[in-house]
Structure formats: C-alpha cells, structure tokens
Ligand binder design. Structure first.
Ligand SMILES: Cc1cc2nc3c(=O)[nH]c(=O)nc-3n(C[C@H](O)[C@H](O)[C@H](O)COP(=O)(O)OP(=O)(O)OC[C@H]3O[C@@H](n4cnc5c(N)ncnc54)[C@H](O)[C@@H]3O)c2cc1C
Length: 419
C-alpha cells in the first residue's frame, strides 16, 4: 500500500488514488464481508489510521472523503454505527494489541455490532459517579448494576461498558472500560418507548455478567481516559444519515442495503432529531408560504447557521493532525448541531402552524414535522448535554475557572450514599 507523500496531499489526489483502487477491486458480486475485508486490508476503510492497523496515515479529512467517494463510485464503505465511530477508534487509541487484532477488523467489516453502556439512572452528566461494579474472580470480571438509555443494546454483540473497580479512590480514578459480551445470561435488555413513539433505547440490567480479563480497554482503573476518547468521537457524529447506496444489482450492495434497513430501523428518527433543515425550503413551498417575508428571513437565518457550522466542522477536521484524536472543538460542533436542530424545529413549526402536531400521510411533510418536534430535544442531550459542552468549552478552551466539584477528590465510597 502506498500512501501519497505529505506534500501531495490534496483531496483531489486522494480521490484519484481511491478511484483507481476501486476501479481495480470493486466487484458488486462479492459478499459484503469479503469486500470490507479487502477495503480494510487496503487502508481505505479508515485512511487516517496508522499503517500498522490497516490505515494509510492520511489526515482526518480523508476518512469522510473516502466514505462519500466510495458511495459516489457505487461501492460500499465501512458500516455506520457506534462500532465504527466509537468503539473502533477507542480501541485503536487505548486497547492492547491483542484487542486491536481481535476487534478492529470484525467491527469494520460489520461482523460485530456494538452499543454504549455508559449512562446509569444516577449517572448521566455526572458519568464519573457511576455505580455499576466489576469484581475480579480469577481471570474473569463479574459485573453488577444497571445501565440506561443504551441505544441498540437489544441487538448488539458487544457493549462498551464503564464499571467501578475501586471505590476507595476518587470517582474518576476507580473506573475501568470493558468490552462486554452482550449475549450471555447475566445481561438483561429491556426496551424503552420514547415520546416520538420509537424505541431505540434500552435499560440493561447486569447481574453477575462476566467479562474476560483480556477485554479491558486500557489499564484497570484508568477507564475514564478511554471514556473521554469515546465521548470526543461521539460529539462529532451528531447527525446520522443513511448511506445512499447505488440501486444497482449485486450481492455486496444487496447485503449493504439490508444491513442499512436493519440498522436504521433503530435510527430512523435521528435525521428528524437533527431538525431536518434540508427539508425546510421544500416544506415552505409545499405549504405555499415560500413568499412570506418573515418565513424567508427565518429560513435564510437557519440555512446560514447550518452552512457556517458545516464549514467550521470542515476547518476543525482539516486542522487536526494525522492520527490526532478530536479535542474540545467537538463541543462547538455538538452545540451548533443542537442550535440548528432547535432553530429548524422552530421554522418548521412557523411554516406548518398547528398542523405540525399532526401525524399521518395528510399532515405536514407526511408526519415528518411532528416527528421533528418530538425528536429535537434528544439532540441536546445525547452524547453530553448542551450545558456539559459549555462547561467543557469554558474550562478547556477558554481557560475559565473550573466548575465547583465538591466530590472530585474524595474516595468514591465517601460520596453520599454511594460506594
Ligand atoms: C438520543 C440519545 C441517545 C443516547 N444514547 C446513549 C447510549 O447509547 N448509551 C449511553 O450510555 N447513554 C446514552 N444516552 C444518554 C445520555 O448520554 C444522557 O442522557 C446524558 O449524558 C444526560 O444524562 P441524564 O439524562 O442523566 O441527565 P442529567 O445528567 O440528570 O441532567 C439533567 C439536566 O441537568 C443539567 N446538568 C447536569 N449537570 C450539570 C452541570 N454540571 N452543569 C450544568 N448543568 C448540568 C443537564 O444539562 C440537564 O439539563 C443517550 C441519550 C439520548 C437523548
């Protein structure tokens, strides 16, 4: 594999190299798994990764470029979802070589699917206050506790699990990051119904669930560092879109479309959660208010915000050194995504009026507007609330004094009733 020299690194050059490789290797008659194996081996699955782990050591912008180019060329990229976007980069950054060997390939080929087991009924924004425990029994960790709001846990193979392994130290220091096999007797997953009537979340009850010792990501007691990596990647993926696969025939494409159907059965409301600014002009025209000066101004304001935010994200990506992880700048993107979602819901509501509350085929945009209104609040909660992003920006970017955290330096077992 020959990555372009740093001086030649233009998007056009990367695009041309990828197109040449796809021209030689893409065969839609292959199985999806075989194609993704090839993609992984070639370094084009995640081109920003190190060569040793099947990347091409290109800058971070090359990952998104490769994803969209593969689709444009009629081929298929890596699977969408928390395995590709959260688990894989966290394992790459913090996992042992054995874990990387065992899990990176099977995650990027779509063989293994993941969920995130971070939040608990008593620990969301205060994630380091989590009380699920892990106790070592020979060569196996035994897990007990409850997680909540765990998207896709009902069909995941593996969970990114945070659990407390030491209560005698301050709360951030006694947490360990595990890879939990989900399909075992000690893991009970219960679906939760949301106000938009979808059911993508779960509660997960862990009763003597078992994790092999080799499934620790990073060091025992140092899970907080790995958790911050997962959260930094999570902030970058506020808007989840179904890949637009070519409608052409072929086994790999059929399997990719089936995989997307399955995956987006859970995530079908995520575009609505992002506010659907892309539908705003269509909505105004369909409602016959595209000439209304007040609505035109609101639309212009929304689309300006949307465009500026996309450029800011592009600038942040371009500025990120090859191999570097996203930093606090992800919080700006996440906050912008919340503002756009709220603003978009407001403009859709201005256009639809009271009809925006109706669902069904005769309602505004066939019920999409009602779903936007019910789903947008989730945007500013998932992956860390707006207030938490502001705290991160205040402290890490602006250097303002830290929030007063009275329980930060005392042993976890001495915090209130916990321990
Ligand atoms: C769509 C969606 C998908 C999700 N998927 C997952 C998942 O897959 N896995 C998972 O583990 N979790 C998931 N979550 C849960 C999410 O991470 C938590 O909901 C989030 O971290 C907030 O925690 P909480 O709900 O406990 O709210 P709380 O932490 O109780 O917050 C309540 C309110 O208090 C405010 N607040 C709290 N602390 C502070 C502070 N220090 N300063 C200022 N204000 C503060 C918050 O901003 C919020 O407004 C998901 C949530 C959503 C909405």
């Amino acid at each position: 594999m020959t990555a372009p020299a740093p001086t030649d690194l233009t998007p056009d050059r990367v695009r041309a190299e990828l197109a040449a490789w796809v021209g030689q290797h893409w065969d839609p008659a292959m199985s999806l798994r075989d194609w993704r194996e090839l993609l992984f081996e070639s370094g084009w699955a995640v081109p920003s990764w190190p060569e040793r782990w099947h990347g091409r050591e290109l800058p971070a912008w090359a990952d998104e470029l490769a994803g969209s180019e593969l689709l444009r060329l009629g081929a298929v990229g890596v699977p969408v979802g928390s395995g590709t976007w959260l688990a894989a980069p966290t394992i790459l950054a913090h996992g042992s070589d054995e874990l990387r060997e065992r899990l990176l390939r099977s995650t990027l080929t779509g063989e293994l699917t993941w969920c995130q087991l971070f939040s608990e009924p008593g620990a969301g924004s205060d994630l380091a206050g989590l009380s699920t425990t892990a106790v070592l029994d020979g060569t196996t960790w035994v897990i007990n506790g409850q997680k909540v709001w765990n998207t896709s846990a009902h069909h995941a193979d593996l969970g990114m699990l945070l659990a407390r392994t030491d209560s005698s130290v301050p709360k951030h220091h006694g947490i360990t990051y595990f890879v939990l096999p989900m399909k075992q007797p000690g893991v009970e997953v219960r679906r939760l119904r949301q106000m938009n009537y979808h059911a993508s979340f779960n509660e997960v009850f862990l009763t003597d669930a078992r994790v092999p010792m080799d499934n620790v990501v990073g060091a025992v007691g140092h899970g907080w560092t790995a958790a911050l990596t997962t959260l930094a990647y999570e902030r970058r993926f506020a808007a989840l879109r179904r890949p637009s696969y070519s409608p052409a025939p072929g086994r790999a494409l059929d399997e990719a479309r089936a995989e997307a159907d399955d995956h987006f059965a859970t995530y079908s409301w995520y575009p609505q959660r992002a506010g659907r600014p892309d539908l705003i002009i269509e909505h105004a025209r369909a409602a016959g208010v595209a000439d209304d000066p007040v609505i035109r101004q609101a639309i212009a304001r929304l689309l300006t915000l949307h465009r500026v935010s996309a450029w800011t994200a592009e600038r942040a990506r371009a500025a990120r050194a090859p191999g570097a992880r996203p930093g606090a700048e992800g919080s700006i993107g996440k906050l912008a995504a919340s503002n756009i979602a709220r603003e978009s819901a407001k403009v859709h509501a201005m256009i639809a009026g009271a009809k925006g509350l109706l669902t069904g085929p005769d309602s505004a945009l066939g019920g999409v507007v009602a779903e936007v209104l019910m789903s947008v609040p989730g945007q500013s909660i998932a992956g860390g609330t707006d207030e938490i992003q502001k705290n991160i920006l205040a402290e890490k970017v602006l250097g303002l004094p830290g929030e007063i955290r009275v329980d930060k330096d005392i042993p976890f077992s001495q915090i209130g009733h916990r321990g």
